[in-house]
Ligand binder design. Structure first.
Ligand SMILES: *Cc1c(COP(=O)(O)O)cnc(C)c1O
Length: 472
């Protein structure tokens, strides 16, 4: 494709995206295809000669789009949103157009320095104290792996990096039983073993019970194990429960254990001063992650990772073969040493676009509108006969179920599963579920950038009508 055609096709593609957003409500939110349906339409072998752009767009529309679940639909209430906004999409196009690989300062000084500045902005926006420095990562999973590896190296004076696990104690990691699966995954990858991840019990709000945390740490120590890190969640994935950071921090201080905060989803709410109480205890926190790519309108992927001791992070990952040596020395930041991969995307650009386009006040207004809407529906559901909330609505995620009287728990689980499946099959909404206390829980997250009251109302109506179908 030459530049003349690129100009024309570029405009067509932007039109395609704008058309897509315009008619997004006409698609089934959850793709309705069967397993294998899409791949069966795709040629078995690559084309021998190149094809024109029209053919690609035709096949995108006919073969691919039916297999897309529409995450940008206002009736997408499942999981957590993967929000984007027009400014962020355009910044992503520019990033692709510039095509810079931003591993080192010299491979694009502006990418490094813009990232330094927007991470300072983000730190200030979410109320993390001075002293934390940040970088982008692709995912919170990666950030959490960085945290566990740094904790491991700091605890062993960087010996595992050097000698492996030879002669080391058995390390243990702590999180609540509602913590994200990435804690176990990263603990496995970091070499601790899934069996050494202690899943601490919960209080009545599904947050970690700090008393059980301390008891478990004490027992483990007594058995000769080495408690290494606690991962506290500000907003669990199941129900957005908030672990009591202040009490957990005090325990980590007493036992000299690394404290990592996983605020992947709800960290964005810290842009609102009324949620800053979640940060009590932050002075003891060693590392912190949240995902602008979930709630903060910055398109996938963009995770933020903050650490108190950047030297320890860099020492964990730094490796300097001759071909990467540069002459600037300490005067510059080389983000390649702040994580796993060498290559780095220019993620700061879209953060810069989003933060400047909305401003802090614009983001606050956006968040408050959603939280207020979710709170209202949460009250509606709680006060509707035969329905109940199963967890506090701390932000904009509502956890609830249909609970007609006289049914046992197993039956209620089946009924709610059928409601969910029935509602998703209509294509009008997409909801996902979790289990809280063994109870099948409908999760409705009022988090999509374009969600309005009418969409939440329609979802609630649909769920009630599904419930009447199965339990008249
Ligand atoms: C989504 C989520 C994660 C995982 O985030 P990725 O960026 O997909 O790795 C981790 N923790 C919590 C609490 C989450 O909600």
């Amino acid at each position: 494709m030459d530049l003349k055609e690129f100009r024309q096709r570029g405009h067509e593609v932007v039109d395609w995206i704008a058309d897509y957003y315009e008619k997004i409500e006409s698609f089934p939110v959850k793709s309705q295809v069967e397993p294998g349906e899409i791949i069966a339409k795709l040629p078995m072998h690559p084309p021998q000669s190149g094809e024109g752009f029209d053919a690609l767009m035709t096949d995108l529309n006919q073969q691919i789009m039916p297999g897309i679940t529409h995450w940008q639909s206002p009736s997408f209430f499942a999981y957590f949103p993967a929000n984007s906004c027009a400014e962020s999409v355009l910044a992503e196009m520019l990033t692709a157009g510039i095509g810079a690989q931003c591993m080192s300062w010299q491979t694009s000084p502006a990418a490094t320095e813009l990232e330094e500045r927007v991470m300072e902005w983000l730190r200030e926006m979410i109320g993390l104290p001075e002293g934390f420095v940040g970088c982008t990562q692709d995912y919170s999973t990666t950030a959490t792996l960085c945290a566990l590896l740094t904790a491991r190296e700091v605890a062993t004076d960087f010996k595992i990096n050097k000698n492996g696990f030879f002669d080391q104690p058995q390390f243990t990691v702590y999180c609540s039983s509602e913590a994200h699966s990435c804690i176990e995954k990263t603990a496995k990858v970091a070499g601790f073993g899934a069996e050494n991840v202690r899943k601490i019990g919960l209080d009545s709000t599904f947050a970690m019970d700090p008393k059980q945390l301390e008891e478990t740490i004490v027992t483990d120590k007594r058995c000769g194990l080495k408690p290494l890190a606690v991962v506290a969640a500000l907003g669990t994935t199941g129900s957005t429960a908030v672990d009591p950071l202040e009490e957990i921090a005090a325990i980590c201080k007493r036992h000299k254990v690394w404290l990592h905060v996983d605020a992947a989803y709800a960290g964005t709410a810290l842009i609102l001063p009324e949620f800053r109480h979640m940060l009590r205890g932050i002075e003891q926190v060693d590392s912190f992650t949240f995902n602008p790519h979930k709630w903060m309108l910055t398109n996938f992927d963009c995770s933020a990772y903050f650490v108190r001791d950047k030297a320890a992070l860099i020492r964990t990952f730094e490796i300097l073969p001759e071909y990467l040596k540069t002459s600037e020395g300490d005067r510059v930041t080389n983000f390649r040493d702040w994580g796993l991969a060498l290559g780095r995307r220019f993620r700061a650009l879209k953060l810069w676009f989003v933060i400047r386009s909305y401003g802090v006040e614009g983001l606050q207004k956006f968040l408050r509108t959603q939280i207020e809407l979710a709170q209202r529906y949460s009250e509606t559901i709680a006060s509707t006969k035969n329905w109940e909330l199963l967890a506090p609505t701390n932000f904009n995620l509502i956890c609830f179920r249909f609970c007609p009287a006289g049914r046992d728990e197993a039956t209620l689980n089946q009924l709610n599963e059928r409601i969910l499946e029935g509602a998703n099959k209509t294509g009008k909404i997409f909801l996902s579920h979790t289990k809280l206390d063994g109870k099948y829980t409908l999760r409705l997250c009022v988090g999509r950038a374009n969600v309005e009251e009418r969409h939440v109302e329609a979802a609630w109506e649909l769920l009630q009508s599904e419930s009447r179908k199965i339990s008249p």
